[in-house]
Ligand binder design. Sequence first.
Ligand code: TMP
Length: 217
Amino acid sequence: MTPRFIVFDGNEGCGKSTQARLLQQHLQQSGIASILVRDPGTTRIGELIRAILLNPDHDEMGMRCEMLLYMAARAQMMKEVIQPALDAGKWVISDRFASSTLAYQLGGDGLTAEQIRQTADIAIAGRWPDLTLILDLPVHTSQSRVTAKFLHKTNTLFGVETQEVKDRIEKRNRDYHERVRQNFLEQARAFPDRYRVIDADRPAEAVQKDVAGELRV
Ligand code: TMP
């Protein structure tokens, strides 16, 4: 079967948004219609939920609330955007999906993979991605890419650099992000027919070549 619902996932800074865009351009050149979505977000309701989730002031948010909000945003995106596109014969390229919840929220407040999968199954009405591409990156590289994104000069006269606020998830410590990476790799080991791991610690062109090879496009 030709995979039509493709997800790019991985730690922050792994280049998934870039690869998602490059894939869409590549499909377009081959005359294949596709849409690009980001999770959480894309819909009006999803973008509002995204803002609640990533607001660094929301310290009190519990893991179960967090997990369910990601799922709620995804449920809306599935119903409003993804399923209609698939029904219309288009490819769907998603920047993150349920694989992120299975990496970032797993183990939080005792949440198991089975519970997260069952909740996802409800949210997405059983329409799982055909292929999830995990762009794998060592955590130190991921973190330096994220930090670089947030460094900006506030005082050019004295050359002082300060760090802008990271979002609620990016602020979590390195051990957390290491577990997230391992959780992605574990999913790929558990479901080898639905996941591929691609080494993302390389130039974007090399990564893109592997992506095209995996999808045979
Ligand atoms: P990003 O997509 O711009 O990287 O930001 C989304 C943030 O939300 C990122 O830190 C990962 C996090 N996230 C989760 O914790 N669980 C999820 O299910 C998803 C989709 C994202």
